[in-house]
Design a protein around this ligand. Structure first.
Ligand code: PLP
Length: 407
């Protein structure tokens, strides 16, 4: 008899986006002439940078000739891309990362979801609340949690992020082994300072723990005092893996390219306490289960690091950041407390009422779709997330409507 992995039965159905869709459809049926503005989903709206498109076309043409055609590439990614990433994203900023510590992939979603399988199932995992749900659900699937009870899984150390701690989690009061951190954060848009990150690194070093640092929104950081990579902070190479993505940086959500940095100096332990290089485990896992990203996509990603590519990516992220600033100002002028939107495309707003009630209010009174914070965890209750991924015209229109409705 074929048996299932019963951990999957513990998973909570994600009603968030289907519930949003249901409410939006009902509103649209009742108001067929009203144009709905979607500031909910975290997908980008603007085209790929021209430098990426040109490189993409050139690479496709190479695939059309027998002499230049490429079949399977190295599982970890082509050297031309790994070198550019390590140089531009890390070494140019003083972070010590070698070319071969870069693992190119088709998404930070897969990488942040897959990485946990190289660790034991009886470790203690610390996960922020609110959170990008992938970290939590993949640990549930792997059997690292108990059942779901009163909005939380048993056996997980939740790291509350709220106004009291400026949405940056405090060190846990119980020992943990694997720690998920994400900055700039989805959903809150909060950022982390050097000394706060250093405290987590020191904790991990003292406790033989490992940090999984999701920096998918790094390209939105403009404040030069903020770390863009965890490896800019002393000691991180021993205890941190970092995830990056071209999705939000360069509009690759539909093109798919990302990477994970696994320093050769990161150590995990056998049950008897023998040290093992995490690098070797991830390399083994990655080369066994993944055949890398297509050649044209890697060439398109490489073009991000050209002079034109850098300028175009800056223009792209500046555009969304201008939207974010506009949203932030508008909601603050209405008297709402918010975080994010300064070095991040997300604005996290304290609605001072139930998340879904606030969602309905914005939809019904202004035809604007946001994301209810409760969908990201218990600490998200009372909040909504507004995303800056839309045209500036739509953002202006949405904020005007909200100001008229609530002002
Ligand atoms: N990490 C975070 C925090 C995200 O918000 C997202 C996407 O929304 C991802 C990772 C996934 O990125 P990718 O498109 O590279 O899979």
């Amino acid at each position: 008899m074929i048996k299932i992995n019963e951990n999957f039965l513990k998973l909570q159905a994600s009603y968030l986006f289907s519930n949003i869709a249901k409410r939006v459809n009902a509103y649209q049926s009742a108001n067929p002439d009203q144009e709905i503005i979607r500031l909910g989903i975290g997908d980008v709206t603007r085209a790929l940078p021209q430098a990426c498109i040109s490189a993409f076309h050139t690479a496709i043409d190479e695939m059309a000739g027998d002499a230049t055609f490429r079949g399977y590439g190295p599982e970890q990614g082509y050297d031309f891309l790994r070198e550019k990433i390590a140089q531009h994203d890390f070494r140019n900023r003083g972070a010590d990362v070698a070319d071969d510590e870069i693992f190119v992939s088709d998404g930070a979603k897969c990488d942040t979801g897959n990485i946990q399988e190289i660790f034991a199932t009886d470790i203690r995992v610390a996960i922020p609340d609110p959170v990008y749900p992938v970290y939590l659900d993949t640990n549930v699937m792997a059997g690292r949690t108990g059942t779901y009870d009163n909005g939380r899984y048993q056996g997980v150390t939740y790291l509350d992020c709220n106004r009291d701690n400026d949405y940056v989690p405090q060190l846990p009061s119980e020992p943990v082994d694997l720690i998920y951190l994400c900055f700039p954060n989805n959903p809150t848009g909060a950022t982390i300072a050097h000394d706060q990150l250093k405290a987590w690194i020191d904790y991990a070093r003292a406790n033989k723990a490992l940090i999984l640092y999701d920096a998918a929104y790094e390209a939105f950081v403009r404040d030069n005092d903020l770390p863009r990579s965890i490896y800019e902070v002393e000691g991180a190479r021993e205890v941190a893996i970092e995830f990056r993505s071209f999705s939000k940086t360069a509009g690759f959500t539909g093109t798919r390219c990302a990477y994970t940095v696994v320093p050769k100096t990161c150590t995990a332990y056998t049950a008897s306490g023998d040290p093992i290089e995490v690098y070797d485990l991830w390399n083994r896992r990655h080369t066994t289960k993944f055949n890398s990203v297509s050649y044209p996509v890697q060439r398109a990603a490489e073009a991000v690091y050209s002079t034109e590519g850098q300028a175009q990516v800056k223009e792209l992220t500046d555009y969304y950041l201008a939207n974010a600033a506009y949203i932030r100002k508008a909601v603050q002028s209405l008297g709402f407390d918010c975080v994010g939107g300064e070095n991040s495309p997300y604005i996290w707003i304290d609605g001072q009422r139930d998340s879904w009630e606030f969602f309905d209010l914005l939809l019904n009174e202004s035809g604007v779709v946001c994301t209810p914070g409760a969908g990201f965890g218990r600490c998200g209750e009372g909040y909504i997330r507004i995303s800056a991924f839309n045209s500036f015209e739509n953002v202006q229109k949405a904020m005007d409507r909200i100001q008229t409705a609530l002002g």
